[in-house]
Design a protein around this ligand. Structure first.
Ligand code: KG4
Ligand code: ZN
Length: 390
């Protein structure tokens, strides 16, 4: 729909808080790591549209009209990890056709778009700058509002696109760059209960896949391999289990996996599957222990809160979801996760976070600078060691 009714220009170009219509279509861009993605998400408050959304099996407030995504697996595979400079150049090459493909799928022209949202941090700064600069240029040319989205906030709020999950909720954010437990009190209102003191959990999956020669990206490869494995064969540590607080650590587990991998013959597929299963079980146990502690803090602070949300790329893992399901039941919380395609990085989560902010009248000026580091809880102390983005 058109921008009729917007009074956004009153705050432009510095951004600010204004009243926005509740029906809108937003284009979201994601370029913070190794996925170039774009999506158009629509939201409507009108009864008729709400019915058509439900008919498509979408219980929450949003509908993904079109999306396109290009992973940079080929570019980074030979390095066994993401190379920032290579990633930035690939985003530059692919963003325009990706936006076009998403718009085509949505059947949208520029006249239909009400605002443009882009991941503005945290992440690999070269890629973030590509997305932010493109979004600002489109906003300027089309005279549309621009929303600078925190990538972590996008992961945190995406569940609400599909599901009716009110604030506050407890969030376990597990991805390639992050591992955090947060209370989500509202849009822009986060209380961090725990974070990793060394590596992110997705990194540990990727490293394990590399050690076992399973390919890149590691998470799905480890999960597939673990299905054939016997988790009890290798005795791996459960990092931080039973310790006070809600922090995580995965570097010790990574070392233990490396040592165990050295005892395996490269052709021994069963041993690889057993080690993958043992690793996955250790991660699931560790996440479950930390989340159970956070759940009791959450219940105490917010007796009205009813949901445990798991988000981020690692949330696609079925074994981890099963472990969290047990935790949530014990804590009296309902476990909810975005559909798997919205767990890993994508454009729809950015568009949705844009919608959540626009609904509150929040936009950003074209002077907004991309941020390599952008914690959700600004009052939380910086994580103890390097290697984490927030
Ligand atoms: O959220 P995401 O796409 O990017 C970041 O914001 O970091 O997460 C990517 C991470 C990668 O480390 C990938 O290996 C992991 O999520 N991942 C998985 C699975 N699918 C993706 N880890 C475990 N099991 C999976 N099925
Ligand atoms: Zn992510």
């Amino acid at each position: 729909m058109q921008v009729a009714g917007f009074i956004w220009f009153a705050g432009w170009p510095r951004g600010g808080a204004r009243v926005y219509p509740q029906d809108m279509k937003v284009l979201g861009l994601e370029t913070s790591c190794d996925e170039t993605a774009a999506a158009i998400v629509a939201v409507t408050e009108s009864g008729d549209s709400a019915k058509s959304i439900s008919a498509k099996g979408v219980a929450g407030g949003g509908m993904v009209l079109g999306h396109a995504l290009r992973s940079q697996f080929d570019e980074h595979e030979r390095f066994g990890g993401v190379v920032p400079e290579v990633a930035a150049r690939a985003h530059l090459d692919h963003l325009a056709p990706i936006v076009e493909a998403a718009m085509d799928e949505a059947g949208c022209g520029w006249a239909d778009i009400d605002a443009i949202a882009a991941t503005a941090g945290p992440g690999l700064i070269g890629g973030v700058m590509v997305g932010v600069t493109a979004a600002k240029a489109m906003a300027l040319v089309r005279n549309l509002p621009f929303v600078a989205v925190n990538h972590l906030e996008a992961h945190a709020l995406t569940v609400r696109l599909d599901h009716d999950v009110p604030f506050p909720y407890l969030l376990l954010l597990i991805s390639g760059g992050h591992c955090q437990l947060l209370i989500v009190e509202g849009v822009g209102r986060y209380v961090r209960l725990g974070t990793t003191i060394d590596d992110a959990v997705g990194e540990a999956f990727d490293k394990t896949a590399k050690l076992l020669d399973l390919g890149y990206p590691g998470g799905p490869a480890v999960e597939r391999c673990a299905v054939r494995g016997e988790a009890g064969r290798f005795d791996l540590p459960r990092p931080m289990k039973g310790r006070p607080g809600c922090d995580f650590s995965f570097s010790g587990l990574k070392t233990a996996v490396r040592q165990a991998a050295q005892t395996i013959d490269n052709g021994d597929d069963q041993a690889k599957a057993d080690l993958a299963a043992a690793f996955q079980r250790a991660v699931a146990d560790s996440l479950a222990d930390r989340t159970a502690r956070a759940a009791s803090i959450f219940r105490e602070r917010h007796p009205e809160g009813a949901h445990l949300v798991v988000a981020g790329g690692v949330a696609a893992n079925a074994a981890i979801r099963a472990a969290l399901d047990t935790v949530s039941k014990k804590a009296g919380l309902a476990l909810v996760a975005p559909r798997p395609a919205l767990c890993t990085d994508n454009g729809a989560m950015v568009a949705w976070a844009g919608i959540e902010r626009l609904r509150l009248g929040l936009t950003d000026g074209l002077d907004f600078a991309a941020r390599p580091r952008w914690p959700l809880d600004l009052t939380a102390p910086k994580a103890a060691f390097a290697g984490v983005k927030a």
